[in-house]
Design a protein around this ligand. Structure first.
Ligand code: ADP
Ligand code: MG
Length: 256
């Protein structure tokens, strides 16, 4: 768990980063997202929680089109997600994503993992890409691991590489899907601390996590999902002190 002191976080702007309007999605017959409405402003730090299977991963994966929604509208950084591949590419360039299972390339070194997309997607010269990669590896405090392979690193270190790799693409928005839930407990803090420092720098963040200490410390909004719906949302103090719905109360009683 991160330190409990409140963090100085930058103010939230009035410019929209992400907008979901009446978003619905089905997996075959199964209605996985039901009328999702969500406006995320630049600089917001949103924590999404809810029972397993409630649609949290599906919702954030729709934001960078790892999943396709069937109804409603998703707009990211003023670009609407349609089947237009150019627009999907544009959005993916703005949005970084960090997964539960790191998803690093095992046959590439840490440095190569970080420079791959800048070189091949952005066309950046190798030397510049390496310089930027080292800057972010320093930020996540593992520059000395640059020439190792992922398998030689601890889980916490691998997840910090995954965060650095995302940052190398200079994203405007970061999506996290349970970034600490595959980690041994002693490694959770080092990853959360990295996320806290990103939040302090004003990154727009959507984090699916059950780390409620992190939610209290950095989130400006906590969203509770259940059965494909956003059941309630509030600023963290109110969310934890006065959950409005029975479903939220039940969920919180199980995890806190
Ligand atoms: P969460 O992240 O909240 O645990 P998910 O978004 O992963 O929930 O999944 C929501 C529901 O959709 C679950 O019931 C899950 O089994 C189902 N689901 C997820 N992915 C698929 C898929 N590719 N095909 C069919 N069903 C899926
Ligand atoms: Mg999930």
């Amino acid at each position: 768990m991160s330190t409990q002191t409140a963090t100085a976080t930058p103010p939230v702007s009035d410019k929209l980063a992400i907008e979901l309007v009446d978003v619905n999605k089905w997996y075959g017959e199964f209605h996985v997202l039901r009328n999702i409405n969500l406006s995320v402003y630049r600089g917001e730090r949103i924590v999404i929680c809810g029972p397993s299977g409630s649609g949290k991963s599906t919702m954030i994966r729709c934001i960078n089109r790892l999943e396709e929604h069937q109804k409603g509208k998703i707009v990211v950084d003023n670009i609407e997600l349609t089947n237009d591949l150019k627009k999907i590419d544009e959005i993916r360039r703005e949005v970084g994503m960090v997964f539960q299972h790191f998803n690093l390339f095992p046959h590439l070194t840490v440095l190569q993992n970080c420079t791959l997309a800048p070189i091949w997607v952005r066309g950046m010269p190798k030397k510049d890409a390496e310089e930027i990669a080292m800057k972010y590896l320093k930020r996540v405090r593992i520059p000395e691991q640059a020439n190792k392979f992922p398998g030689q690193l601890s889980g916490g270190q691998q997840q910090r590489v995954a965060i650095a790799r995302s940052l190398c693409m200079n994203p405007k928005i970061m999506l996290f899907d349970e970034p600490t839930s595959a980690l041994d407990p002693e490694m959770v803090k080092e990853v959360l601390d990295t996320m806290v420092s990103l939040a302090e720098e004003g990154m727009t963040m959507l984090c699916v996590t059950h780390e409620m200490g992190f939610a209290r410390q950095v989130a400006n909004r906590v969203i509770f999902m259940d059965r494909g719906e956003i059941v309630e949302q509030n600023e963290p103090n109110e969310f934890f002190a006065n959950p409005r719905s029975d479903r939220t109360r039940l969920f919180l009683s199980q995890i806190l």
